[in-house]
Design a protein around this ligand. Structure first.
Ligand code: ADP
Ligand code: LRH
Length: 474
C-alpha cells in the first residue's frame, strides 16, 4: 500500500549502506529494503577515508528508487557510526574527504590531550569513555599537525549531519552523534565550551545542537527534483547508529540492558541521567546521548570486526565461507584460547588471521588449527569480554541486570548468543536484526506525531517482532 506515510532510513554501516523504507499499519511496522550498496573505506596516501561523494550518490540512487516505487515519503533520517566528521568552508564546500576513525592519526593523542585536561574532571564533564578514535582526538591531531583544513573550516558536521546538510543546505549537529565526540557536556547536553577552549579548538566549528524527533530541514529544490521525491523533510533521528538501535530494543524492564552487536559490541543500559562517577570512569563506561532524552550508559567493545576481517581475508584467498556453515562448525570446535578483543593489535592489522595466531603463540595459548577453531576462539573471547563488562556495569548500578537484549546484525549469531547467555548466567533475548533502521524510522514517525513517545515506540517494536530467547545452559 503506497498510500501510507513512509519514512526512509539511510543507514551507513561498516560493511554496507542501505536505504530502508518503513511504514506503520495497525500498530505494526512494515519494512522494505530499497537499496543496498557497499561502504568501503579507501586508503589514499597516508590516510584512510570515507568515500563520501560516492556514498552521497548511492544514497540519492536509493531515494530515487523509493520515489519510483510510489511511496508517500514523509521523512528521511540518516544514521552512521560515531565519531567521524567532515569540515565545511566559508562557502559551504566540503574541505576534503572525511577521514575514517581507523586511521593512525590519533595514535598517542590521548596522552597529548591529557597534558592539558584533567582526566577525572574531563570525565565528570563529558562522561565519555576515552578512546583514541573519538572526535576530540581526531581534531587535536589536526591541530597538532597544523592541518590547513582546520584553519579554513567554518563548521564541523558529523557524518549524518554532513549527509543531511548536502540534502537540505542546513548545517546543524544532532545531539546523539555529537555526544560521541567527547566534546559535549553530559548533563547540559550541549557543547562543553570549557573543553573546547582548553584545547584551543576553533569555537565557531561547533553549531546548533538539535535533538532526535525534530526537523533538520527540507530537501533542496534540485535534489527534490532529481530524486523525484518532491519537498520532503529530513528528520533528526538518533543519528548515531547505536542510538537508533537502542531506541528499538523491544523490552520493558528497567533499566533496559542491551548489547548492540555489529562491527562493535556496545553493551550497557539506558538511564535517565548520566553516571559520571569515578567508578564509572575506571570501569571504562561511556554516557552517550539517546533518543527521548535518555542516556546510553555503555562500554564500547571491539565486536564482530575481528570475524568480519577474517571472513574477508578468506574470501580474498578464494576460500569464502558463509555464516550459516561456519557458525555451526565453530559450535563443534573446542579450543581454550581467549584473546583480549580490545587490544590495539586487532584494531586494523595488515592481516587479522596472523594477528590472531601470533597473539596465541606469543602468549602460550593453543593456536587455532582451522577456521572453525578461529571463529570459536573469537566468539568465546567476546562472550568473556561481555562478562567482564557486565560485572563492571552491575557495580555502577543499584542492582544487577537480569536479562540482556541483543540487537543488530550480530544477534543472528546463535552460537554467540548462547555463549553469552552461558557466560553471563542470565537469559538473552535476540532481535531485531535491523534495530538501527527500525529506531531511525520510528523516531521519524514520532517527529510527525504518529507515535507519542519512546514508550509507545518500543511497544510498536514488540508488536512487530518476536525476539529469540536463549537460556543459560550451565
Ligand atoms: P554494522 O552496522 O556495525 O556493520 P550490522 O548490524 O550490519 O553492523 O551487523 C553486521 C554483523 O552481522 C556482521 O559483522 C556479522 O557478524 C553479523 N551477521 C550478518 N549476517 C549474519 C548471519 N547470517 N549469521 C550470523 N551473523 C551475521
Ligand atoms: C557502531 C559505532 C559505535 C561507535 C563506533 C565508532 O557502529 O557507532 O557506537 O561509535 O561505531
Amino acid at each position: 500500500d503506497t498510500h501510507r506515510n513512509t519514512y526512509l532510513a539511510a543507514d551507513f554501516g561498516g560493511g554496507s549502506g542501505r536505504i530502508i523504507a518503513g511504514s506503520l499499519l495497525h500498530g505494526k511496522l512494515e519494512l522494505e529494503e530499497v537499496h543496498r550498496f557497499p561502504n568501503r573505506q579507501v586508503k589514499l596516501g597516508n590516510h584512510v577515508y570515507w568515500d563520501f561523494p560516492a556514498l552521497f550518490e548511492d544514497m540519492k540512487t536509493g531515494l530515487k528508487q523509493a520515489a519510483q516505487r510510489g511511496y508517500d515519503v514523509k521523512g528521511i533520517g540518516i544514521d552512521t557510526w560515531g565519531v567521524d566528521f567532515g569540515l565545511i568552508d566559508k562557502d559551504g564546500n566540503l574541505l576534503g574527504n572525511p577521514v575514517c576513525y581507523r586511521d593512525a592519526r590519533t595514535d598517542r593523542m590521548p596522552t597529548e590531550v591529557f597534558k592539558f585536561l584533567n582526566e577525572q574532571q574531563h570525565y565528570a564533564d563529558t562522561g565519555i569513555q576515552v578512546m583514541a578514535i573519538n572526535t576530540l582526538f581526531q581534531l587535536y591531531s589536526m591541530k597538532k599537525s597544523k592541518d590547513a583544513q582546520l584553519d579554513a573550516a567554518q563548521r564541523l558536521l558529523f557524518m549524518p549531519d554532513l549527509f543531511s546538510y548536502f540534502l537540505t543546505g542546513i548545517a546543524n549537529n544532532e545531539y546523539c552523534i555529537a555526544s560521541t565526540s567527547e566534546l559535549l557536556d553530559a548533563r547540559q547536553r550541549t557543547w562543553s565550551l570549557s573543553t573546547i577552549r582548553t584545547l584551543g579548538l576553533p569555537e565557531h566549528l561547533f553549531g546548533e545542537i538539535i535533538y532526535p524527533g525534530t526537523i533538520r530541514g527540507t530537501l533542496k529544490e534540485d535534489i527534490a527534483q532529481e530524486t523525484g521525491l518532491g519537498s520532503v523533510d529530513v528528520i533528526a533521528v538518533g543519528s548515531h547508529d547505536t542510538a537508533s538501535a537502542v531506541a528499538a530494543v523491544p523490552a520493558t524492564e528497567s533499566p533496559i540492558a542491551f548489547l548492540s552487536s555489529g562491527t562493535w559490541s556496545l553493551l550497557g543500559v539506558e538511564v535517565d541521567e548520566p553516571i559520571l562517577t569515578e567508578e564509572a570512569r575506571l570501569a571504562q563506561f561511556t554516557n552517550e546521548g539517546g533518543v527521548g532524552g535518555r542516556i546510553r550508559f555503555l562500554q564500547n567493545i571491539t565486536g564482530l570486526w575481528i570475524l568480519q576481517r577474517l571472513m574477508s581475508e578468506w574470501k580474498t584467498r578464494g576460500e569464502e565461507q558463509s555464516y550459516d556453515t561456519l557458525i555451526p562448525q565453530a559450535a563443534e570446535a573446542t579450543i581454550a584460547s581467549i584473546i583480549p578483543v580490545d587490544d590495539a593489535l586487532f584494531m586494523n592489522p595488515v592481516n587479522m588471521e596472523n594477528a590472531l595466531m601470533d597473539y596465541c603463540r606469543q602468549h602460550d595459548l593453543p593456536v587455532p588449527q582451522n577456521k572453525a577453531e578461529m571463529v570459536k576462539c573469537v566468539l568465546q573471547s567476546l562472550a568473556f569480554k561481555y562478562k567482564q563488562a557486565v560485572e563492571k556495569l552491575n557495580r555502577c548500578l543499584p542492582s544487577s541486570i537480569r536479562q540482556l537484549n541483543i540487537i543488530g546484525g550480530g544477534s543472528q549469531n546463535k552460537l554467540l548468543n548462547q555463549l553469552t547467555a552461558d557466560t553471563l548466567g542470565i537469559p538473552v533475548y535476540a532481535g531485531p536484526v535491523e534495530a538501527t533502521a527500525i529506531g531511525n524510522i520510528l523516531t521519524q514517525a514520532m517527529a510527525k506525531g504518529e507515535i507519542s513517545d519512546l514508550h509507545e515506540l518500543r511497544e510498536i517494536v514488540r508488536h512487530s517482532i518476536t525476539p529469540q530467547v536463549y537460556h543459560p545452559k550451565k
